[in-house]
Structure formats: structure tokens, C-alpha cells
Design a binder for this molecule. Structure first.
Ligand code: SF4
Length: 241
């Protein structure tokens, strides 16, 4: 039998709880880690090259869709050298199930060429070198640094991390850069990589954008948005014309 929802908080109670929530954020994260003990990057890969290509392909689409496309892609192009040797149009058939596939084909072909020319086909291990690669921004670089070496320079903020951080009262910001700054300020650095995996797992399995399952959430006693979260951390509806 599901637990009876607690009554929604008043605005003042919500503000007070958000203040507390920020101060106990590391403990809350630990509790969420227990709820999702297998949280990890869900992009399937067997090498740094495959990971960075998968992350670039995952823009504006789901990890599931990327994971369906990449076995065929990596069977044909197993490393940066094989991908760098072809034209983007030769890559298109392998990623045509993904949105923006022409643009993404150009992006990963260009990325492979840069990896070969600048790094001997290997994926570099520093933020500066990663973001200098074509098509690689800070978010992609942090996924790579975090997943491969547990050395991110920040917290990866995607749509799940954004929504749940807002609901948990860890940030009031609405843009990814400011949210990342807020999360880095309240979470220990050694947790930055895992924090984003845990929050993404939580967003995919419990704290849904629509109808979050607050009754099944391990941190509903400290979440300022508990049982009233549907409109917290979601984009405002466009006014009807
Ligand atoms: S599921 Fe509910 S209680 Fe848990 S973090 Fe999301 S909004 Fe808060």
C-alpha cells in the first residue's frame, strides 16, 4: 500500500527547508546513492574513444537511442584512426536513427581527425585539451574526465540534474553553468562525478519530470518540493496563442 502523501509545504516552509537542504546536501546525496547503488554512465562504451563519441552523439537524444546506434558504428569505426579516414557522409548511415544525424556525423568525423592529429588518436586527459577539440564542450569534457578517470572539474548538469537540484533546494538557478557552480559549492569534490550519475538515475527512475514518485523517494523527508514537485524544475508551459 502506498504511503499517504504529506501535505504540501507553504512558501516559507519551503524556503526554510531549502536552506537546511543545502547544508545537508552531502548526506542527502549519500542517501540517494544508497537508493541507486548501481548508478553509472549509461552510455555503453569499451574505450575512451567510444565514450567521447557516444557523449557527442547523445546531445538532444536519449542514451538508449545512442546505445542502439553505436554497436554498428563502432564495429565499422573501432577507433579514431578509422573514423578520421572517412568523410562525414560515410558515417551518416550508422547514426541515421539519431536526430541531427548529419550534423553529428560531421562532428564525430571532425573530432576523430583532431584526436589523430593532436593526440595520436588517444583521448586527452585534461579539461583544456578536451574543450579545444571540435564539438567538445565543458559538459562533454566533464563526462569524459569523470567516467574515465574520476577527475571531473565540475558536476555534469543535464536536464535531470537540473530538475532534481532545483527540487531538492540545492539551487535556485535555472541555467546549467550557475547550477554547476552551486552544486560544486555544496558537494565534496570527490563526489562530483558520482553525484551526476546518481541524480540522473534518480531522475530516470523516481523523480520524473511529470508525476515524480515522492512516496518511493528515500529523501522525501528533506526535499522542499516533496509531494508538490510537478511544477518545480520544469520548463514553464508556453502560453497558448
Ligand atoms: S521524488 Fe519527490 S521527494 Fe524525491 S527528490 Fe524528487 S521531488 Fe523530492
Amino acid at each position: 500500500m502506498s504511503a499517504k502523501p504529506a501535505p504540501a509545504l507553504t512558501a516559507r516552509e519551503r524556503r526554510d527547508r531549502a536552506k537546511v537542504a543545502r547544508s545537508i546536501a552531502p548526506k542527502t546525496l549519500t542517501r540517494l546513492e544508497k537508493q541507486h547503488p548501481t548508478a553509472h554512465c549509461e552510455l555503453e562504451h569499451t574505450s575512451p574513444f567510444q565514450l567521447i563519441v557516444s557523449v557527442v552523439l547523445s546531445a538532444q537524444t536519449t542514451d538508449v537511442a545512442v546505445n542502439k546506434a553505436t554497436p554498428g558504428l563502432f564495429a565499422r569505426f573501432p577507433d579514431a584512426r578509422t573514423l578520421a579516414a572517412v568523410e562525414p557522409k560515410d558515417v551518416e548511415p550508422y547514426v541515421s536513427t539519431l536526430g541531427f544525424f548529419r550534423m553529428k556525423s560531421r562532428a564525430i568525423a571532425g573530432l576523430a581527425r583532431a584526436l589523430v592529429e593532436r593526440h595520436g588518436g588517444e583521448v586527452p586527459r585534461s579539461m583544456a585539451e578536451l574543450v579545444a577539440l571540435p564539438g567538445v564542450g565543458r559538459k562533454t569534457a566533464n563526462v569524459v574526465l569523470g567516467v574515465l578517470w574520476n577527475e571531473p572539474e565540475g558536476v555534469v548538469v543535464d536536464t535531470h540534474v537540473m530538475r532534481i537540484s532545483q527540487r531538492l533546494g540545492w539551487t535556485k538557478a535555472t541555467d546549467a553553468e550557475k547550477i554547476e557552480r552551486d552544486l560544486c559549492a555544496i558537494l565534496p569534490e570527490k563526489e562530483w562525478a558520482q553525484a551526476s550519475h546518481v541524480l540522473i538515475f534518480h531522475g530516470r527512475r523516481c523523480c520524473y519530470a511529470r508525476k515524480p514518485e515522492c512516496g518511493a523517494c528515500s529523501v522525501n523527508d528533506v526535499c522542499p518540493a516533496a509531494f508538490d514537485a510537478e511544477h518545480v524544475g520544469r520548463k514553464a508551459k508556453r502560453p497558448s496563442s
